[in-house]
Design a protein. Sequence first.
Length: 274
Amino acid sequence: MTARRHDREGRWAWRLTGFVTVCVYIFMFAPIIATIVLSFNDSMFGGFPMTGVSLRWYAKLLTNEPVLAAFQTSMWIALVTAAVTTLIGIMTAFALVRFEFAGKQAINTLVILPALVPETILGVGLLVMIKSIDQPRSMLLLILGHILLTLPYVVLIVQARMVGIKRSYEEAALSLGASRLSTFREITLPLLIPAVLASVLLAFTISFDNTSASLFWRPAGVETMPTQILSMLKISISPEVNALGTVMILVTVGIPLIGGLILQSLTRFRKKAT
């Protein structure tokens, strides 16, 4: 009887856990689905019931100069951030994993610290510091801020991969006369490719989708995609905003998915080649 009661209680516990999980996912993804569906609404009012299905709001985005300018700005900032952050993150992770030096733990903590501080607090703090030294906001400071936010994630990803790479591979190349630079280029870097690709995609996505920090650091008159959406929401919630939100969803979700597929294809190709 006791065993049956425990089995019954266990089944009910799993059912309750599954029900709560489904409710959480519905709560999280229902607004996203509603945004995508309403972006095809033919009516000028962004709400249900839909009066028809149309692509005119996407066509309207292509002629909206502020939106196009914000998209170009976000793409440029995200590409620069991803490139610079990945380069710095690889060098930082390599140094932290492969070498021992004074203050290593302190440097590791400082690098990871921006990921532990809420973006709003970090944005306000850096804005106060900029104002205290009479430094005007500029695109360079905005890019540096994005690099500061994305660097911890890149370092963590590359560090996790570096720990899994045996030091004996590099030592074998060094014992055969290869320089440290050649060893890194020919041995270590190819083994880091999965982490490098993941770092680039994650840094790009974080930078492109960043809202709170960009609000504090962007120069006057410069809009990124998230801040452009916020400014459009101040006027009204129209299907054009829903269309722009759908584009943001496709970019921030589609790029990592495409990167994952490319990574799987490269892995399968290497396995077949070997």
